[in-house]
Write a protein that binds this ligand. Structure first.
Ligand code: UDP
Ligand code: MG
Length: 326
């Protein structure tokens, strides 16, 4: 086989309405790129006709390969699976809903040829997303930037082009909490941004519910920062300071009696609730980290595969638990 230049990794979860248009635009971008290219679709346990569309695509054009995960594992794991199986010298990660315009890859490829190992897309505008989502995203990325150990560029998603070296490094990371845009920043190398306006979804519904986005955000924070752990120390110190103040006040009232509203059991209940809250918050934060340790220690495979098409078993390092082509 000719040396593969480009791999497109595209996670698919119930995207039947987008696949025809997506594959059309990908084909034309692959023509313009020059150099051999493949598309690695990762079906993330779709329940609609997505998988059968992928089968058809592969039958028509063998550059369109696919993996099918045995259930829905979530976006980040689907992308991870795609990266594991991709073979190109440059790997492009993009969404299936055409919010990440495939044509931008032509510009990304130019930057890559000039020597950048990572070219990520940075959104300047999110059209027609609700103001609440935009506000939350805006705030989140800035909080993350301030707390994270590595500099994670703001307003970037997973849409990017990565050099083979970087993909190999990502593949060698065993961690299960895969906040890919963070890991990508963590590896270093020469990185550059391409700014673009994010279009609305081409068709179908958004798969990231508020809960999933929140979970992704917490993942990002906890995986890349230990500041939340320190938060419980700060809360504890604050509670101690308030307690000291109260002690002094109580002593003062003992010697100079007054009819302050702060005496009596109201004050006691407030103190109990306050301390209870501080303790529960601290335990919750600890729990986030311990839960992650537990998940890592179990060491289960990141995903299970039901079907693979377009990959010879010898061309990729298929992890032991995965069944061969069938
Ligand atoms: N996706 C996936 N598994 C999931 C949820 C989403 O593979 O459990 C894929 C989805 O098909 C799409 C991409 O992840 O290609 C981004 O999803 P979506 O457009 O809903 O997210 P957003 O645009 O809000 O980031
Ligand atoms: Mg989308």
């Amino acid at each position: 086989m000719k040396q593969l230049q480009y791999s497109f990794v595209v996670p698919i979860y119930n995207e039947e309405a987008n696949i025809p248009e997506l594959s059309r635009r990908l084909s034309s971008v692959m023509e313009d790129l020059g150099g051999a290219a493949e598309v690695v679709f990762v079906d993330d346990g779709s329940r609609d006709r997505s998988l059968s569309l992928l089968r058809q695509l592969h039958a028509q054009d063998s550059r369109f390969c696919y993996l099918s995960l045995a259930r829905n594992f979530g976006h980040q794991i689907a992308v991870t699976a795609g990266l594991n199986f991709s073979r190109g010298e440059a790997v492009i990660v993009m969404d299936a809903d055409l919010q990440d315009p495939p044509e931008l890859v032509l510009d990304m490829a130019k930057q890559w040829q000039q020597g950048y190992e990572v070219v990520y897309a940075q959104r300047t505008q999110r059209r027609r997303e609700s103001w609440l989502k935009r506000l939350l995203a805006y705030t989140f990325y800035r909080v993350l930037r301030n707390l994270a150990d590595v500099e994670i560029p703001t307003d970037t998603g997973d849409f990017c082009l990565m050099d083979r070296q970087v993909v190999n490094l990502l593949n060698s990371m065993p961690e299960r909490d895969r906040y890919i845009r963070g890991l990508r920043a963590w590896v270093g190398f020469r990185q550059t941004a391409i700014r673009f306006e994010r279009d609305p979804r081409f068709a179908g519904e958004e798969k990231y519910t508020f809960r999933k986005s929140l979970a992704l955000g917490i993942n990002g924070l906890v995986s890349f920062s230990r500041v939340p752990l320190r938060l419980s120390t700060y809360l504890g110190l604050m509670a101690a300071a308030i307690a000291l103040l109260m002690m002094l006040l109580v002593l003062y009232w003992r010697f100079f009696p007054s009819n302050s509203p702060l005496t009596g059991y109201t004050a006691i209940i407030i103190a109990i609730l306050f301390l209870g809250a501080v303790q529960l918050i601290s335990i919750g934060i600890l729990g986030e980290y311990i839960g992650r340790i537990y998940e890592e220690v179990k060491g289960r495979p990141l995903y299970t595969l039901a079907e693979i098409k377009g990959f010879q078993p010898t061309s990729v390092q298929v992890p032991e638990h995965h069944r061969p082509d069938r």
